[in-house]
Design a protein around this ligand. Sequence first.
Ligand code: NAD
Length: 260
Amino acid sequence: MLTGRRALITGSTSGIGLGVARALAAAGCSVMLNGSREAAAVEATRRELEGQAGVPVAYHQADLTRPAEAETLVAATVAQLGGLDILVNNAGIQFTAPVEDFPPELWDRIIALNLSSAFHTIHHALPTMKAGGWGRILNVSSVHGLVASVRKAAYVTAKHGLVGLTKVVALETAGQGITCNAICPGWTRTELIEPQIVALAAKLGVSVEEGGRALLAGKQPSGQFVAIEHLGQLAVFLCSNAAAQITGTAIPIDGGWTAQ
Ligand code: NAD
């Protein structure tokens, strides 16, 4: 469906980003993977994906808390894949603490990665998309881009900001063959939320598996984690021609979390 499209997915060495990369590669895209780890640590994943999908898969290490590295990541994608049609801003981290205990350096780091890095990649990618007359930008926000939870000041602020950025980019690109949307997942079982599951299990004195169920029970009415594969399929749909008029949206995929 997306044969020949060139996709950059930030933070795609694990979790949701890797799932989106797998789905886009399976749909025919050549793919640029990214993470802050050295290339050697990611080589097995890169090679596996390339072998499975039969498309070119590259990797570029970049610490996206640094604006200059976002610029070189976009430039490396254009150079290595021959262009850039699909940009998925997915890289993100979490830290939880009440506002008065929240370390200011972690506030800065979360805003830099979870919000500002998306501005920098979009800023550098848009001229290429506009020149080609086609583009898809997906910002992986969160249910926390739509509603808040305690102890997540920086994360909730960044994810709400990402929804705002999505709307502005959608308006500025409307009618030019380019769309920009936010995906807002609920609990998805990845390395990012594992510390929260472990902490809740310890607090309740139960197993990690029961901790996972308790985490879901608190927020996600379905009682089930969002499947990484389903997030990948949503990304592929948003990149399809059928989604040409879907732009500026923030789409929850959250087992009913934000319906409450
Ligand atoms: P994850 O920890 O598996 O993935 C995070 C990715 O970001 C990794 O590839 C990591 O290498 C990369 N990364 C971390 N620091 C980086 C840096 N400085 N520069 C570049 N890359 C960096 O977690 P995940 O759950 O897959 O998270 C992916 C996105 O999904 C995040 O933006 C997260 O906020 C969002 N999200 C996750 C959930 C969930 O329940 N897991 C829910 C909603 C939204």
